[in-house]
Design a protein around this ligand. Structure first.
Ligand code: SUG
Length: 433
């Protein structure tokens, strides 16, 4: 197939992050997620988690890239506890859940919606046959705590993106879907549309895959993707802790950078090149970086951005030395990346979430971007306000024992009410301006 010449019509790539909530915890809840298993039960710092996420957003804004922020979802999820048979007062529900089903209590408090790469899969309007920006919120049904995100995320994305996007309902629950963490967009030079790469998982011997093939195909179909490609995650990667593709692969423009054991096909983009689509692959062999080094460092989870300064990689601080650093240098030497910016995200990393996990990319036309609700668009002043909100409400330390305390419910409610009020004031001020 010859790529049609022209402009992809996606001049803007909006980054959507979500603030870490006041009950950010290390619950050991992430299936097949080694960092989450390793940190289970350690004290967390909700305050540091939120500040680190905000600092990343600030860097993105400084780079001139549009950035939106979503409020944390309401927790604890008492409806989950109620549906699981816990009744009575809030205090009674928390106490009984702590004694009888501590995993459900942790799930009810989880602020895992902060990893917005799992919020939805997005297809640019230029890539859709019907010319509409398509969004399917991920159902995240492979895990209890994450399955509770989808309903509120659907509403939040509809509110944020306005009429410019078709925000579908999540897929039927049996088709496990984890969103953009398993999706990449490749745009061959001069092409008028991108290729939507949908990555689904093959079960390993140790861990089951989270993304089902039927889900990936269903999303591509309902998005009317002009040129979908389906790549299968290597079971060795799943077993090594790559519970999402974005732990072992990343993309920007015409380039995909991935570990040689990321996919069952060692170089799946070769088939696209054979079809005349000029996409570029950087395949990293185990001798350069082992799967374990990839999973430990999250170097493939860097947030790649097109900016006025060129292509910038926002990379987790632990990649600043050793072989991950050498890979970053190689990407600069080969002209894939122009600049590296390091960020410290240790609170998110403790749960297996790097820079790219914390953002949802939305490629948009200028007109579509114009329909975005400006209340949620971040600038330096808004970052300052949010940082002050975090300082007012987020504890510096949270332990799993705190989750049974009804006082924490009131504390978190007050924090989220305060944020709602802050957003409402901002909305009014923007309307008045
Ligand atoms: O689904 N961790 C998340 C991390 C998601 C990372 N996202 C991307 N790779 N795009 C997950 O495993 C752990 C929560 C806990 O253990 O408390 C968790 O849900």
């Amino acid at each position: 197939m010859t790529p049609p010449a022209g402009d992809t019509g996606t001049g803007v790539e909006l980054q959507i992050d979500r603030l870490a909530g006041p009950s950010h915890l290390f619950g050991g809840l992430g299936y097949g997620n080694l960092a989450s298993h390793r940190h289970a039960g350690r004290p967390s710092s909700p305050r540091r988690a939120a500040h680190q996420g905000l600092a990343k957003m600030r860097r993105v804004v400084e780079l001139g890239v549009p950035q939106a922020v979503l409020a944390p979802q309401r927790r604890p999820d008492l409806e989950l506890l109620h549906d699981c048979g816990f009744e009575g007062s809030t205090a009674r529900m928390l106490e009984r859940a702590a004694a009888e089903a501590p995993e459900l209590l942790r799930a009810a408090w989880s602020t895992s919606a902060m990893w917005t790469a799992n919020a939805a899969t997005v297809t640019a309007s230029a890539d859709a046959v019907d010319g509409r920006l398509q969004v399917t919120p991920a159902n995240l049904t492979s895990q209890i705590h994450r399955s509770r995100e989808a309903r509120a995320t659907t509403l939040a994305l509809r509110e944020l993106l306005g009429g410019a996007a078709v925000v579908h309902e999540p897929l039927p629950p049996a088709l496990t879907d984890e969103g953009a963490a398993n999706h990449m967009r490749l745009v061959p030079p001069g092409a008028s549309a991108g290729i939507g790469v949908f990555v689904w998982g093959a079960d390993g011997a140790r861990f089951r895959a989270r993304q089902s093939r039927l889900a990936s195909e269903a999303v591509a179909r309902r998005h009317h993707d002009r040129h979908p490609a389906f790549w299968c995650q290597h079971p060795a990667a799943v077993d090594a802790g790559a519970f999402h593709n974005d732990v072992v692969a990343m993309s920007i423009g015409d380039s995909v950078i991935h570990h040689a054991l990321a996919f069952t096909d060692p170089d799946p983009a070769a088939a696209l090149r054979a079809a005349g689509l000029a996409v570029r692959s950087i395949v990293v062999p185990p001798g350069e970086l082992s799967l374990q080094e990839a999973v430990d460092s999250y170097v493939f989870n860097s947030q790649l951005l097109d900016t006025d300064r060129g292509r910038v990689a926002v990379v987790e601080a632990r990649c600043a030395t050793g072989r991950p650093a050498a890979l970053c240098e190689r990407l600069v030497d080969e002209g894939i990346i122009d600049e590296i910016v390091f960020v410290d995200l240790d609170q998110s990393m403790g749960n297996g979430g790097g820079p790219a996990c914390l953002r949802l990319r939305v490629p948009m036309s200028e007109a579509e971007f114009g329909a975005v609700d400006p209340t949620f668009l971040v600038d330096a002043g808004f970052c300052d306000q949010l940082a002050a909100w975090v300082d007012r409400h987020h504890r510096d330390e949270l332990t799993l024992d705190d989750l049974r305390d009804p006082a924490l419910v009131d504390e978190v409610d007050a924090a989220l009410d305060d944020l709602d009020a802050l957003l409402e004031d901002r909305r009014r001020a923007l309307v008045a301006a």
